[in-house]
Design a protein around this ligand. Structure first.
Ligand code: SF4
Ligand code: SF4
Length: 446
């Protein structure tokens, strides 16, 4: 644990942050192995580095060069600009452990998008590559091929930027740019696609960096970056039009007028945090990749609570924020063993694109680790808690689904004391609690 970490990252109360890996070259995205083994030398996690490398990280947290020189051109390191493109999206195929990876390449004088499948015998070094999709026009900038996911239906979903030069292609059904594609794992078109002759699943996107599946409604959510307005998050449904270039709001779940460079996103849905955070959406806000120091634009991670059907946001909180003096900024983000992991593209050294100073951080809950807390933060106690019926429990607490303050500590919401039901609560008698207003005073201590 870095002693100075709290001087460069602020994290949400009752969480801690640690730096696990440093020395990476522009680490863009993270992909955890869906069901890792206990063997220390087996892979746990893969990281794409923008200029053509993939690192494999094994269960013992050793870093391996899985693949190098995957780009067939020399990047020019310009941020913002043409240095922002390269090797981006990655996902692990659960059955084989193969990787699906997205990148751009040069073909004559043209720049194009491609998607490849990489195989490895031991999971730590690439042995072979198969091209799944290629020959789609692109550009050396953002707006290229990006996130790849495998849905609950076992199909491959691919975010394709519109290529910037002619945004109208996002509305052209015969052009794959500005779309989310749905394919079989070999790249063929599934018969049950909205159009059985096309891999287009949904259209009208601009620069859709991130994608993740939500278990509770079995749906795909993506981030999409706007021009000088309206970064957005959208629930992607078959055959729908998401509006670009006419609108960044059409069929969107959420947008921000002042763009902050929304990148990766993930849901807390496998018990990595206390269950009170179950189903919350965590989103990396990258900001200006060249801006040093804290910034009102990006450089943070935000958490959101969605309603059941994913049609609206119920609460929005800053979860982590960069407070150091460098170009560090969250980019890739994924839940993994015991917490939320994210990449910091530039890192703490000097913020130059060619510096090997990128990091992987982990944010984890300290609730379970705080031995002095008297009441365990369990699902059972959460169910017994009377807070939701209490006059002090206000709209802010309700939207965040906050309760069980005697275990989890005080709220971040403003509150006015209007009475407390703790004295009538079964948790109080079970643990011999004697105080009131834990929402205001903090957790009950041993
Ligand atoms: S701790 Fe007491 S005052 Fe606060 S919400 Fe719970 S019952 Fe109400
Ligand atoms: S004692 Fe208060 S905060 Fe704790 S579970 Fe009961 S009502 Fe909730």
């Amino acid at each position: 644990m870095d002693e100075n970490i709290e001087k460069i990252w602020w994290v949400f109360p009752r969480f801690k942050i640690e730096r696990l890996i440093t020395g990476l070259e522009l680490p863009v995205n993270l992909a955890f192995v869906p069901e890792p083994t206990d063997n220390p030398s087996d892979p746990l996690l893969y990281v794409t580095e923008l200029y053509g490398k993939i690192k494999a990280i094994t269960n013992d947290w050793k870093v391996h060069n899985y693949a190098e020189s995957l780009l067939n051109y020399e990047p020019n390191y310009e941020f913002p600009g043409t240095g922002e493109s390269g090797l981006t999206g990655i996902c692990v195929e659960p059955k084989s452990g193969d990787l699906f990876v997205s990148m751009i390449y040069e073909d004559g004088g043209d720049v194009k998008n491609k998607l490849v499948r990489l195989k490895s015998k031991d999971g730590s070094k690439m042995d072979s590559m198969e091209i799944i999709l290629e020959d789609i026009p692109s550009i050396k900038a953002a707006h290229q091929i990006q996130a790849i996911t495998i849905g609950f239906d076992g199909k491959l979903y691919v975010n394709l930027g519109e290529g910037m030069i002619n945004p109208k292609v996002a509305q052209d059904d015969s052009d794959l740019r500005g779309k989310v594609l749905r394919m079989n794992l070999d790249g063929s078109i599934p018969e049950d696609n909205p159009d059985p002759d096309s891999s287009v699943f949904a259209k009208g996107f601009r620069n859709p960096f991130g994608a993740r599946w939500r278990k509770s409604d079995k749906s795909l959510y993506i981030s999409d970056n706007g021009p000088s307005y309206d970064d957005r998050i959208a629930k992607v449904e078959p055959g729908k039009n998401y509006g670009w270039p006419n609108s960044m709001r059409e069929n969107s779940l959420f947008w921000i007028n002042f763009p902050e460079g929304i990148t990766a996103l993930d849901f807390m849905q496998n018990g990595e945090f206390p269950f009170g955070y179950e189903d919350e959406l965590f989103v990396a806000y990258f900001g200006g990749s060249y801006v040093k120091g804290p910034s009102i634009k990006g450089k943070k991670i935000v958490k959101m609570k969605l309603n059941e059907d994913g049609s609206a946001i119920k609460s929005y909180d800053i979860f982590a924020s960069y407070i150091g003096q460098n170009a560090a900024s969250p980019c890739g983000l994924a839940f993994g063993p015991g917490g939320l992991y994210f990449t910091d593209l530039h890192g703490e050294k000097n913020g130059q694109a060619h510096a090997s100073s990128g990091n992987i951080y982990k944010i984890s809950s300290v609730i379970k680790a705080e031995g002095e807390i008297l009441v365990p933060y369990t699902k059972e106690n959460f169910g017994k808690c009377l807070c939701p019926g209490c006059p002090t429990h206000n709209e802010c607490m309700n939207n965040r689904d906050e309760r069980l303050f005697c275990a989890g500590g005080k709220t971040e919401c403003d509150l006015e004391r209007k009475g407390c039901l703790c004295g009538e609560c079964p948790v109080e008698s079970e643990y011999g609690l004697t105080e009131f207003y834990y929402c205001d005073e903090g957790a009950a201590k041993k």
